[in-house]
Write a protein that binds this ligand. Structure first.
Ligand SMILES: Nc1ncnc2c1ncn2[C@@H]1O[C@H](COP(=O)(O)OP(=O)(O)OP(=O)(O)O)[C@@H](O)[C@H]1O
Ligand SMILES: [Mg+2]
Length: 344
């Protein structure tokens, strides 16, 4: 038996039962004293003589909420039911003598968010299409004319043959690289977003970048912030960090120092700064960095899509990207994303 019977206003019970969402009433000690009809349909029928704690009755929701049940809280809960993923929001509101907890289904909202992200992404791919066609037809035209030369001269001169094959191979590499960048971009948006610790993804990107072809010896200094959490698609975030880090390694020709700093300025944003001590960026190149196909790298070395796609991903997550550089003194990239808060 509860020590003291909670005194709830009598009108509360019919209101609770009339709610179309599953809801329960908690006493001041956080015990579930009443479940409404929608909640009972889920099989929760608390015994009024020995009311269970929230943890006993609804463990998934209790874990999502922070310990203190006397303050207003909201949290998102993703769970599997009948083989399907369901996204729910749990609302906790204190009232006289206890609190009320309501669960709303946000699965459709989460689906719409993913669909919207895909639509936006397809639109930006469409925008890039003319550029993509142009960028692919150039190497194809080069391959075509090289094949004609080889047909006539390649048979006689082994040197022409070797040079021709090398040129074809470089052009094919370029087309494959463009296709790889674009297909990664169109695929990733199908995964739902979830709270992600930024530094974990940065660490993954730092491991991946060691496999960069030009990587020799890079000293990395990583200042972390464990509370820097953003709501994101982790694979996309990895793509962004990897692109910026790969650019840094390439600019330094595989040797140098990279400084990565994660901060939370104003406690609303997460800011990731990635700085290298490579040659830096010419002032006239700075405004073009995020343009599709802008690249200063040799043919076959870069598509000029890395930063365009990264910028697109960051924008879709409600953030922004910028670059700073004094030519000759390295480059610095900033990625800002909204800080995820538990009550979001
Ligand atoms: N850290 C950096 N230092 C100096 N220049 C940079 C740096 N990062 C980017 N750049 C410049 O920005 C250009 C565009 O970068 P982006 O990542 O979009 O394309 P890319 O690296 O050339 O090609 P890809 O990413 O497909 O390999 C680069 O070619 C380079 O000139
Ligand atoms: Mg790049």
């Amino acid at each position: 038996m509860p020590k003291t019977e909670p005194v709830f206003h009598p009108t509360l019970f019919p209101v609770l039962h009339a709610l179309p969402w599953p809801a329960v009433l908690l006493d001041e000690e956080g015990r579930v004293v009443c479940a409404n009809a929608a909640m009972e349909q889920r099989g929760l029928r608390p015994d009024p003589h020995s009311p269970p704690s929230l943890h006993e009755a609804l463990p998934e929701y209790a874990t999502a909420l922070r310990g203190e049940l006397r303050e207003a809280q909201e949290a998102l809960v993703t769970r599997q039911t009948e083989g399907k993923e369901v996204v729910e929001r749990v609302w906790l509101r204190p009232i006289a003598s206890g609190a009320v907890l309501i669960i709303t289904d946000e699965t459709r909202l989460a689906e719409l968010e993913t669909e919207h992200a895909q639509t936006v992404r397809l639109a930006s791919l469409g925008f890039m299409l003319a550029g993509v066609c142009h960028e692919i037809s150039n190497p194809l035209a080069a391959i075509h004319s090289m094949l004609q030369i080889l047909e006539t001269e390649g048979r006689r001169d082994p040197e022409v043959l070797a040079r021709g094959l090398a040129s074809i191979s470089a052009n094919v590499r370029r087309i494959l690289e463009i296709s790889r960048q674009l297909s990664g971009f169109s695929r990733a948006a199908t995964e739902p977003r979830r709270p992600v610790a930024v530094d974990g993804v940065l660490e993954e990107a730092l491991v991946l970048v060691r496999h960069e072809r030009t990587y020799r010896e890079v000293v990395v200094e990583h200042h972390k912030d464990p509370a820097a959490v953003v709501r994101a698609n982790p694979r996309e975030l990895l793509q962004v960090f990897f692109n910026v880090l790969a650019n840094a390694v390439q600019a330094m020709e595989g040797r140098g120092r990279i400084l990565v700093t994660t901060r939370r300025p104003g406690n609303e944003q997460v800011e990731i700064m990635i700085q290298d001590d490579g040659p830096g960026i010419r002032p006239e190149h700075l405004p073009k960095l995020f343009d599709p196909f802008f690249s200063t790298k040799a043919r076959g070395e870069g598509t000029g899509l890395g930063l365009t796609i990264s910028n697109e991903i960051v924008h879709e997550h409600g953030g922004r990207m910028r670059a700073e550089s004094t030519y000759g003194k390295g480059a610095r990239f900033y990625i800002e994303l909204p800080l995820w808060k538990r009550r979001e």
